[in-house]
Design a protein around this ligand. Structure first.
Ligand code: AAL
Length: 426
């Protein structure tokens, strides 16, 4: 009897499982719930648009497994004096960081003027209009990336009428066949007079310590009249990719004051040009400064601040057609990462884990200046740092309250409240 009972329970269980299996097969992909364990691969079942995207766009359905997702951490740099932040000294728009002669090198815009920037109308031969007006290009070295030694000026602005006579700024470095090339914005009129107008020029040297020879040539000239980049070529950013120099840049265009900023690409076989602008320019429909690096088999870009796709990390297999791979927060501004394989023409870019960026508008409108800072992240095939893959970023309430409503906005809200109150009375 006892045997029979046990036997019938087992048969019943077997029958149930079998029936369930048939049922599950019949409804598979239609009415079963999405599984509790998030599938690593896209499951073969109908998915919502958001879930489709989650599998198709990002390379991994969870941010911590997405090689393109990171958070950013910041550390104050040691070694830079700035007159207690009175606005007479700025350091901004750092180049990418390179490692040469047993140390790290970075180049940047340095302005040291009798006053902070005063706007184009009040600027003179010695009073700057903008934070990067009347600037030169300086450089610093470090052995740990946190404490830096300011080595001195790399590129002084040349005598009028040479390209860059008013200001040289926003540089970036290329190493090509054993020589070094600094590309930079060469202002021939005061920034802010019409817009932030300039072309790009280049200097070269045998050593990162210089001396630098100026070409005095427009290596990346402005576009033709009516072109998106007719006025400004900003943030020149060279990499070596597919055996060529891939130089990305930014231009600002459309209306003033509502400019839009996008990024273009110019390629060359020789660092001194000629550079050919890509027919699909702009190749990135947003961002402000340029920050790109070889990653895996393509090029990755930090798209910062401007445009519909600001605060995203993007990737282009061909260096031209970029796709969003992650959405991130607290991005470094004007980031110049340390890219060990920036110039090796790698076919398997290792990525980045730190660099130098800047903070802008320090100490309010009367003391405008910028400072350099260090950022760390995990967009690297060589590290695996779970702390850098956490999505929640805490901001103190103060950070939010500083983005407060202005007087006009308060007025608008009061008016809307009043309309509702008046309507309720009728
Ligand atoms: C920066 C850069 C360029 C602009 C100005 C100084 O953030 O985009 O360098 O000209 O602002």
């Amino acid at each position: 009897m006892k045997f029979l009972n046990t036997w019938s329970i087992y048969s019943l269980l077997f029958l149930c499982c079998f029936q369930y299996k048939i049922y599950a097969q019949e409804v598979k992909g239609t009415t079963t719930s999405f599984p509790f364990i998030l599938p690593k691969e896209k499951p073969n079942r109908p998915l919502s648009a958001s879930m489709e995207r989650n599998y198709d766009m990002y390379g991994a359905p969870r941010p911590e497994h997405n090689d393109f997702f990171t958070r950013f951490k910041y550390t104050e740099l040691k070694g830079f004096d700035n007159n207690n932040g009175d606005g007479t000294i700025t350091r901004r728009d750092p180049s990418k960081v390179i490692f040469e002669n047993g140390k790290y090198y970075v180049w940047y815009t340095k302005r040291h003027t009798p006053t902070p920037p005063r706007g184009a109308a009040r600027s003179t031969d010695v009073i700057p209009s903008a934070d990067w007006d009347l600037a030169d290009i300086w450089y610093a070295t470090s052995t740990d990336g946190f404490t830096w030694k300011e080595e001195g000026v790399a590129i002084k602005r040349p005598a009028k009428p040479n390209v860059g006579w008013r200001s040289v700024s926003t540089t970036d470095i290329l190493k090509w066949k054993g020589k070094f090339y600094l590309y930079y914005q060469g202002f021939m009129e005061t920034s802010g007079k019409r817009g932030d107008d300039c072309p790009v020029t280049v200097s070269y040297a045998d050593s990162p310590d210089g001396p630098w020879t100026a070409t005095h040539k427009l290596v990346i000239p402005n576009g033709e009249k009516g072109a998106w980049d007719q006025y400004s070529i900003h943030d020149p950013y060279p990499l070596v990719y597919k055996g060529k120099i891939y130089l990305y840049y930014k231009s600002d265009f459309d209306g003033d004051p509502n400019l839009i900023r996008m990024q273009g690409l110019a390629t060359a076989d020789d660092p001194l040009g000629p550079f050919t602008k890509h027919p699909l320019n702009p190749v990135i429909a947003g961002g402000h400064e340029t920050t790109l690096f070889p990653y895996k088999t393509g090029i990755a870009a930090l798209v910062i601040k401007d445009g519909n796709e600001h605060y995203t990390v993007q990737y282009a297999e061909d260096g031209v057609n970029f796709h969003i791979k992650s959405i991130v927060g607290l991005m470094p501004v004007a980031a110049g990462p340390f890219i060990p394989d920036a110039f090796t023409d790698t076919k398997d870019g290792k990525g980045i884990s730190w660099g130098i960026s800047h903070f802008n508008y320090i100490n309010g409108p009367d003391k405008v200046h910028a400072i350099l800072t260090r950022f760390d992240c995990d967009l690297s095939q060589e590290i695996d740092d779970p702390i850098m893959k956490k999505t929640g970023i805490y901001h103190a309430p103060d950070v939010h309250y500083r983005q407060g409503l202005n007087y006009k906005q308060r007025e608008r809200i009061a008016k809307m409240n009043q309309q509702l109150i008046d309507g309720a009375k009728k």
